[in-house]
Design a protein. Structure first.
Length: 239
């Protein structure tokens, strides 16, 4: 994981999302819907729903939108039936790509994703072709300016809370946890610090360096995929 900052990508996406807030709310609503559909509407027993709602609120999604998504999932309102899928492939320059989707029409989504890969010199592959290069991790970002203690003291505190790896990148600390311990670590750190990002995500074991031509093409592929209504997250190992 060292040598690569996920925060750079997240900050880029946050800036882009400001211009696409309506589409962002739709994707967040889908995430809430699926979490509530699978685990019920009780926040005490449904950790996935708690995380999805926190993510929505951190993006300033109105409470009415959140409630509507939960009500659709629990049968109180008519709603769609979304399915979760992950597509895998290679982008330009041999970059490994995983695309998480929530869709009510798998054929439409598969065609759109295949088109995005082919248009940007990538190749959509079979399930499992790149997923072995990634691990599921809890991921937390805290700005260094929000920490009163010195760096060594903060890192010790974070490790004691359950973090397994900490990186210092671009004026932020990036913290990684095992998925099972993520919520406990997140709740502990939230009591003391403002979290710039917190999520369960896929983190690459190694990153692929590419030249400028491939990089531009790869960034176009990411943008095109993220602009699709059914795409929730795009993971890659471009350095």
């Amino acid at each position: 994981m060292a040598g690569h900052s996920k925060w750079h990508n997240i900050r880029h996406k946050k800036n882009a999302k400001d211009a696409k807030r309506g589409k962002l709310f739709m994707k967040l609503a889908k995430e809430i819907y699926v979490a509530a559909r699978q685990g019920g509407a009780d926040l005490e027993t449904n950790a996935s729903l708690r995380l999805a709602i926190d993510k929505a609120k951190s993006n300033n999604m109105p409470n009415d939108n959140i409630d509507r998504a939960i009500n659709k999932a629990t049968g109180n309102l008519d709603g769609e039936n979304y399915e979760e899928f992950t597509y895998e492939g290679y982008g330009p320059g041999g970059v490994a790509v995983m695309v998480d989707v929530l869709t009510d029409n798998k054929n439409r989504t598969a065609a759109e994703i295949r088109h995005a890969f082919s248009k940007n010199n990538g190749n959509l592959g079979e399930n499992g072709c790149v997923s072995f290069m990634f691990q599921r991790k809890g991921y937390i970002v805290i700005e260094q300016s929000n920490i009163d203690s010195d760096e060594e003291e903060f890192m010790l505190e974070a490790i004691e809370s359950g973090c397994e790896e900490i990186e210092s990148n671009e004026d932020v600390f990036e913290l990684f946890t095992e998925p099972e311990g993520f919520e406990a670590v997140r709740n502990t750190l939230k009591e003391q610090y403002q979290l710039e990002a917190s999520e369960l995500t896929m983190v690459a074991d190694n990153y692929t360096p590419i030249d400028e031509g491939h990089k531009e093409n790869m960034e176009q592929l990411i943008d095109m995929l993220e602009d699709l209504d059914d795409v929730q997250e795009v993971h890659h190992n471009m350095q």
